[in-house]
Write a protein that binds this ligand. Structure first.
Ligand SMILES: [Zn+2]
Length: 189
């Protein structure tokens, strides 16, 4: 919210929220709590985009995932949610791709503009230290899927010119990587 404020953007001016998955640490910012304990949607004019698998699991989590999919994070935004199955070309240059792995409905985001590309692999590549495809988080529900997806996406995107954007990294906002895994450019936190 602070970052939006600094850019002079109001929450109601946001058109889309792209959700890689709905674990509580990624989704808490979609809702606020009033003094009477009621939850409300913060980006009330936005379409909230998420894979269908993720959305269905959030509403009916299993014995393992119920500790991370919280009703207070979805009930107030339910009417704004738009789902997709495998891939979604949301806008020119804005694409979401379902991967599974970290969660059954986990997705990654690809942004292109001219010859430039940035990708957000969210929690299947949570920090720059997770380049070894075998390194997955303890929260991954389907680790083998994370491993295979990361392998395939690295093949495509570790080209030395694609930006990898991070949410969980303490050191980098973004890095470019070559096929050998060397950092060729970076933006520090
Ligand atoms: Zn997660």
């Amino acid at each position: 919210m602070q970052d939006l404020k600094e850019k002079g953007i109001k929450p109601e001016e946001i058109d889309y929220c792209l959700m890689t998955h709905l674990h509580y640490d990624h989704v808490l910012g979609l809702t606020g709590k009033r003094e009477n304990g009621e939850y409300f949607s913060i980006f009330k004019n936005a379409e909230i985009i998420v894979s269908e698998t993720e959305w269905l699991e959030m509403k009916q989590p299993n014995i393992r995932s119920k500790s991370t999919y919280w009703p207070e994070n979805w009930q107030a935004i339910e009417s704004q949610v738009k789902t997709f199955k495998n891939e979604l070309d949301l806008l020119p240059g804005v694409k979401m791709i379902h991967t599974g792995g970290h969660s059954a409905g986990h997705a990654v985001i690809e942004l292109t503009s001219g010859a430039e590309r940035a990708v957000h692999m969210a929690d299947i590549f949570p920090t720059h230290a997770h380049q070894n495809v075998l390194w997955v988080t303890a929260y991954d529900d389907y680790p083998l899927d994370s491993i295979f997806q990361k392998q395939a996406l690295f093949e495509k995107w570790r080209d030395g010119s694609t930006w990898f954007l991070f949410y969980h990294d303490a050191k980098y906002h973004a890095v470019k990587l070559d096929q050998a895994g060397e950092i060729t450019d970076s933006i520090l936190v």
